[in-house]
Design a protein around this ligand. Structure first.
Ligand code: HEM
Length: 352
């Protein structure tokens, strides 16, 4: 008589589920090495809450868009909570993304053979910025209208190269609708595609060893490090995901996302959200060009990290120059953000 099989065994035979029990280093379960996983969970939760918001959002024109956000806040079941949660999850996404990048830099995880893990990460960083920008304009309040005007003017600076991003690209679809399409389809699809590459490369190379000691000591440790199963790591990420969701819900309850009055074109009286504030003072100093020049320098600098810091050493104490350099960039970014937050509102868009 055939032995009765458990449901797990039946599924495993067909789906290969036990394949996720492969070994990963024990330190993969420490918080610094789980930050990428938390960013991933935040992204997935953003997709879920975004799908809900998309059922009620109307990107037709500025008035429709603003009206529909007000509608979300007042009418649908859990509408305001979902909108606030989407906002706070975006904050969790940015913060954990930056901390994950700082950790990968500090532990020399971008070094051979993981250069392309880093490079796909930088692409995700840029796409994360695109997701934030296209998301904040959707509420069509004053800050959003000013952001769209900045977008149009920066696109015009690039002439034919910026044409796709300019308001003149098409006459029959408003800029807000095109930004909405970018937010709910183009950018998330690109993120999913690059993320798949990021993950494939991590699977291929494994998590980098703990960095402490000389390069030779680290190499030796990589061969002898203690291991846990990847399924335990997934559980670990899942638990952190619940913490993010819980904190997000509490913050949404305590500080629901505000909605300013509908935006008016042709005036500039607001500042960007906190994650773009670092560009505000450079724009005061150098005009609109500062927006793309500072962003491009940051992105190209990040892409070139594996070319700059090429020694085999991973221990931050053995890479004093590059660690000090990166710390200076981080401090400059924080100082620019604080200056941006405290400086007076200035008008940058042409003719105002
Ligand atoms: C959507 C954004 C991102 C997601 C969801 C993500 C996800 C992950 C995950 C799950 C890991 C496995 C280990 C860990 O959690 O630390 C990882 C590793 C890694 N990520 Fe990301 N990441 C993102 C963005 C970035 C960025 C912006 C960078 C740097 C520019 C980066 C560079 C790396 C590197 C170098 C590793 C290998 C770490 C190691 O081997 O120790 N990632 N990423």
């Amino acid at each position: 008589m055939r032995k009765r099989r458990s449901a797990w065994g039946w599924l495993d035979e067909r789906l290969g589920l036990s394949g996720i029990r492969y070994p990963v280093p024990k330190h993969a379960n420490s918080l610094p090495y789980t930050l990428g996983g938390i960013t991933l969970v935040s992204f997935l939760l953003l997709v879920v809450t975004g799908i809900y918001l998309g059922q009620f959002y109307d990107p037709g024109d500025i008035a429709d868009a603003h009206g529909s956000v007000f509608y979300i806040d007042t009418e649908p079941f859990l509408g305001e909570l979902m909108r606030s949660l989407h906002y706070w999850l975006a904050a969790a996404f940015v913060i954990t993304l930056i901390l994950h990048m700082v950790r990968a830099f500090a532990t020399g995880s971008f070094k051979a053979p993981r250069e392309f893990v880093w490079i796909t990460g930088v692409l995700l960083f840029a796409l994360g910025g695109a997701a934030l920008f296209t998301g904040t304009v959707l509420k069509a309040d004053q800050e959003a209208i000013e952001a769209i005007e900045h977008n149009n003017e920066v696109a015009d600076l690039f002439g034919i190269l910026g044409f796709w991003f300019s308001a003149d690209f098409t006459d029959n679809v408003p800029a807000l609708l095109r930004l909405y399409i970018a937010h709910v389809s183009i950018v998330p699809i690109l993120i999913a595609m690059v993320l798949a590459l990021h993950m494939m490369l991590i699977k291929k190379h494994g998590i980098s060893p703990l960095p402490w000691g000389t390069a030779a000591e680290v190499q030796k440790r990589e061969r002898t490090q203690k291991e846990v199963t990847f399924s335990s790591h997934l559980r670990h990420i899942g638990l952190w995901g619940l913490v993010v969701l819980g904190v997000g819900l509490i913050l949404s309850g305590l500080f629901p996302t505000a909605l300013g009055p509908q935006g008016v074109e042709g005036i500039e009286v607001t500042k960007p959200p906190w994650y773009f504030l670092w560009l505000y003072q450079p724009e005061n100093w150098f005009g609109l060009d500062a927006l793309w020049i500072f962003s491009a320098v940051l992105l190209v600098g990040l892409l070139l990290v594996p070319l700059f810091d090429r020694s085999p050493e991973r221990d931050p104490r053995r890479r004093p120059f590059w660690i000090a350099f990166a710390a200076a960039v981080l401090v400059a970014w924080i100082v620019l953000t604080i200056v941006g937050a405290t400086t007076e509102v200035v008008s940058h868009v042409e003719g105002k």
